[in-house]
Design a protein around this ligand. Sequence first.
Ligand code: UFG
Length: 329
Amino acid sequence: MTVLVLGGAGYIGSHAVDRLLDNGYDVAVVDNLVTGHKEAVRKEARLHIGDVRDKAFLRKVFTEENVEGVVHFAAFSVVPESMKDPLKYFDNNTGGMITLLEVMHEFNVANIVFSSTAATYGEPKQIPIKETDPQIPTNPYGESKLAMEKIMHWSDVAYGIKFVALRYFNVAGAKPDGSIGEDHNPETHLIPIILQVAAGKRDKLQIFGSDYPTKDGTNVRDYVHVVDLADAHILALKYLADGNDSNAFNLGSATGFSNLEILEAARRATGKEIPAVMAPRRPGDPSTLIAASDKARDILGWKPQYDDVEKIIASAWNWHEKHPNGYKG
Ligand code: UFG
């Protein structure tokens, strides 16, 4: 079966391509390489360089490839950037989804697995967050992804395009052999920033906010290993291939760690001191995000292998040590 992976040169997408190939799928990748890296895509996958908003380009890809299923990662995903430049997010993320669905409809491709996010829930009313809870984003990134979920819903009603929306919580870690990993420029995510401090590339970590209503005043997040996350996409493809209805699933560990706890775990995983200071809150950050993830376990049969945040950080540190300058060396 040929799977088209949009955004397959990005952090999560490249791990999904790797796992799809390992599981015997034929894989084609679309990526504009704005945030993705050519080097992250395994040679066995066919890379088409171009933009998801470019309809002529997408039509060419769908003509050349016998696409049977689509996995869509191609999106901007930096919450603070979305607060400063919301239209960039609605244009690329939400606009890109419309073009993709139009071309899927034209070529009679009826299955899509989609990267959604915990950010679609906003500030939760209850913890852990269930899939049926209200979705009221607190930032344009989450809003752009929620709009994409709704567009998929109505495309199912009208054209019968079935979807699985996978709502990721905080993704971290790298392939255990350290051959692919997280390489963003600029980096904004907590764990890679902590590891840059550990590696001596930054002076200190700034912890954004110490007065949240949490156990130690810092934000609480639910971390999931990127390889476990990638495997959930394969289960979602199978779920759709089996003829099931469209659905949405949280992907998290059901356990929350505060930013200070992550810092301590990183100190243990790296053996480094990692200087840190408290800093003002970052706009748009919800206080606590923890997933109820039993739905993915029950219906998709998802069994995450990494249940220890220190091991997740250790796999990211392995990538950092092997690639101190990311894919550039
Ligand atoms: N943080 C710091 N200092 C830093 C960087 C981050 O204190 O230098 C804090 C943030 O304020 C937040 C936590 O670390 O409290 C995690 O921040 P990240 O930027 O690593 O991740 P987010 O929780 O903001 O967002 C991530 C993804 C989103 C996704 C979201 C869902 O980037 O795409 O998880 O939980 F929507």
